[in-house]
Design a protein around this ligand. Structure first.
Ligand SMILES: Cc1ncc(COP(=O)(O)O)c(C=O)c1O
Length: 391
């Protein structure tokens, strides 16, 4: 018999996609392949020169030992230069950057470091489900704040004022926002920063979509420097097609980084050296790369919009990030029903909005990270069978 698990597991369910993907694999085995347009997993490789760099380094003898917890100087310097170039923020590369194995690791570390049992954590609804599970795993209380279409999916400061009290320690924001594709202006970032400062809350902007379909990348560090109550996460998973590499970074004040290090050093060491080296080379002078990546996303965006129109969904133009967020047709009573209908009748899988929170109900999230041909195939399927769709 398996010994009794910790009580915290009672509040955490397996991630929706991990169970759903198992179902898709079963369908595939039975000869019923599904076009998966749900997951944000870049379907193309990183830049060729980056891969060459990686493979050269892997063959060198001295590349395979444990690495420093803080990452190499080379990587941290490349990160600081990258931040200055894209966001106009000055970072001290020796003390204000901590490389992590993806932003997910960073989310868990920050939660462990800053919340005590039963402390409150402000979480966006809709939002990335991991903020909620990281909070629960640490026995803290998630308190959701509303993001609503009538407020352009931005937080309402008055609501935040009411929700926050002395036990509120942490607040997550994520602009450009997943799943809605909304952007936050510098003014909004400032307002949120002022709110967090007033309430003595650590405000974290999870920013992995900063460079995708977003002409004006925005950092939470609006004053151009780090601040003690602000943290920003960035990741190369999406912007450099490196989701499997697990390379991300926490940018924060030195004191915050030192506290996170206390926990990080218990878990693991630094990222595999060839990965750090190749990642550093990828973010040096990446304007051309980002430009061509966005050209591809814009092409797929047009296909995705056509697909949504063919499905009878409504959506806003000018969304950022790697997804399209759209309202389901009125004929369907829930996002799950619509998604199950598309899966069972059309063999197309799109993420239902409810998995991102109550305010995500009535919406779907279409990923643009797949290959263009998958979107074309889905569009073809829907167009061909349009007359047969029974809403
Ligand atoms: C909002 C958000 N944050 C973080 C992540 C995870 O990024 P990483 O691959 O760096 O762990 C994702 C990935 O889906 C995401 O959508």
């Amino acid at each position: 018999m398996i010994p009794q698990t910790a009580e915290k597991l009672d509040h955490v369910e397996q991630y929706y996609f991990s169970t759903k993907l198992a179902e898709l694999t079963e369908r595939h085995k039975k000869g019923q392949p599904v076009i998966n347009l749900a997951i944000g997993n870049p379907g193309s490789p990183p830049k060729h020169e980056t891969l060459e760099h990686l493979s050269k380094k892997v063959l060198e003898q001295e590349m395979h030992g444990y690495q420093s917890y803080k990452g190499t100087e080379e990587f941290r310097e490349a990160w600081a230069t990258w931040y200055q170039r894209h966001f106009g923020v000055n970072i001290d590369s020796s003390s204000e950057i901590l490389p992590t194995m993806g932003s997910r690791e960073a989310i868990m570390l920050i939660t462990m470091v800053f919340v005590n049992k039963e402390d409150k954590v402000l979480i966006p609804d809709p939002g990335y489900p991991i903020y909620q599970s990281a909070t629960r795993i640490n026995d803290a209380q998630p308190v959701t704040y509303n993001l609503l279409p009538e407020n352009n999916w931005l937080p309402d400061i008055e609501e935040l004022e009411q929700l926050a009290d002395d036990t509120t320690k942490l607040m997550w924001i994520n602009y450009p926002h997943m799943p809605t594709g909304a952007k936050a202006s510098k003014e909004i970032m400032r307002e949120l920063s002022d709110f967090a400062h007033r309430k003595n809350i650590l405000l974290v902007n999870d920013n992995p979509y900063s460079l995708i379909r977003n002409e004006h990348p925005q950092s939470l560090f609006t004053e151009g420097n780090t601040a003690e109550h602000l943290v920003e996460l960035n990741s190369l998973s999406k912007s450099h097609n490196m989701a499997g590499w697990r390379v991300a970074g926490i940018t924060a004040d030195k004191g915050v980084i030192n506290n996170i290090l206390k926990i990080k050093t218990q878990f693991n060491t630094g990222i595999f050296l060839p990965l750090q080296k190749a990642a550093a080379s990828a973010i040096n002078d990446d304007e051309e790369w980002i430009h061509s990546l966005n050209d591809e996303y814009r092409k797929k965006e047009r296909l995705g919009q056509q697909l949504l129109e063919a499905l009878g969904c409504q959506f806003r133009l000018n969304q950022s990030g790697m997804f399209l967020w759209a309202k389901i047709p009125n004929e369907f009573s829930s996002s799950e029903r619509f998604v199950e209908y598309l899966l069972n009748v059309k063999d197309i899988f799109i993420a239902p909005g409810f998995i991102f929170g109550e305010n995500g109900e009535g919406y779907i999230r279409l990923s643009l990270s797949n290959k263009e041909k998958d979107l074309r195939k889905a569009l073809f399927k829907i167009n061909v069978s349009l007359q047969k769709i029974e809403f």
